[in-house]
Design a protein around this ligand. Structure first.
Ligand SMILES: N[C@@H](CCC[C@H](N)C(=O)O)C(=O)O
Length: 279
């Protein structure tokens, strides 16, 4: 059976998008996703994203496999790409520019903007240790500036869930972090029973930070949307950032706001189609 796909990226965080509207389970297995994401023997991507029929009154459902075949709850850059992909699939039938997308992290709402950017209502951040999940502290407390031993060093970490788990560390210079070596040690640390996405943040000023990320199930990526949202929330919780900031990633900038009004996080950034193909 031939399967059509479209390759997209959001700031270099790249995905294989599959039209899965005819069935409510992904047409590819996690093992096939691993092969397709391989940059030497496959198409090459950080993950595979499926556009499925909507559940729970949503317009569509998003499922995603990381490049290691694991299934995360959410993907910020991926949902911007999915918004554009769906608009393309609908073509002239399209009636809206805002979609309600059911994800394992709840309902997420991308809005296609006139300037080509996609603004996403990413929902409420979850801050309690039990919600991350992490065993750093008791399950009903926030994890802010907690010491964590990794690779022979004590790091001060703040944990935030955007539906998926994030561990944020503020550092003097993100360029000096040996991400390839310490990223996997954070990801598989016993403090995080469902593994963890790890962000290192350099605060340039209260509205502009630099970020590097080691993603659970994907390793070093050029950008992470949920990670940028979680990092801004961590910046506010630790008193280092205002509620609106530009998060500069290796692949480019994202605009993030943690709204004082409704406490929801909003992310704005690009989503770019690269090519289409048939498997
Ligand atoms: N790159 C994504 C996050 C993808 C999922 C992550 N690797 C996880 O396992 O939680 C983003 O842009 O948010």
């Amino acid at each position: 059976m031939a399967i059509e796909f479209t390759k997209y990226h959001g700031l270099g965080n790249d995905f294989i998008l599959v039209d899965n509207r005819a069935s409510s389970s992904p047409v590819l297995t996690p093992e096939q996703a691993i092969q397709l994401c391989d940059r030497h023997f496959g198409i090459g991507a950080d993950g595979v994203i499926f556009a499925l029929p909507g559940e729970n009154a949503a317009d569509y459902t998003m499922r995603i496999f990381n490049s290691d075949g694991s299934e995360p709850e959410m993907c910020g850059n991926g949902i911007r790409c999915l918004g554009r992909f769906i608009a393309d699939l609908e073509g002239e039938e399209r009636t809206k520019d805002t979609y309600k997308i059911h994800t394992l992290a709840g309902m997420i709402t991308p809005q296609l903007m006139a300037d080509g950017q996609v603004k996403v209502d990413m929902g409420l951040p979850r801050l309690l240790a039990g919600e991350i999940p992490t065993n750093l502290g008791s399950s009903d407390t926030k994890v802010i500036n907690q010491p964590l031993e990794v690779a022979g060093k004590t790091w001060e970490v703040t944990c935030v869930s955007m539906g998926n788990p994030h561990c944020i560390t503020f550092v003097e210079d993100v360029a000096a972090i040996d991400l390839e070596n310490i990223g996997p040690k954070f990801e598989h640390h016993p403090a995080f029973p469902q593994r963890i996405n790890t962000e290192f943040i350099q605060v340039v000023n209260r509205n502009y930070v630099k970020m590097r990320v080691w993603e659970r199930g994907a390793g070093i990526t050029l950008a992470c949307g949920t990670g940028a949202c979680a990092s801004l929330v961590a910046g506010v919780l630790t008193g280092k950032c205002d509620r609106t900031a530009t998060v500069e990633l290796p692949g480019g900038p994202l605009q993030i706001e943690w709204s004082e009004l409704d406490q929801r996080v909003y992310m704005t950034g690009p989503a770019q189609k690269v090519f289409t193909g048939k498997l």
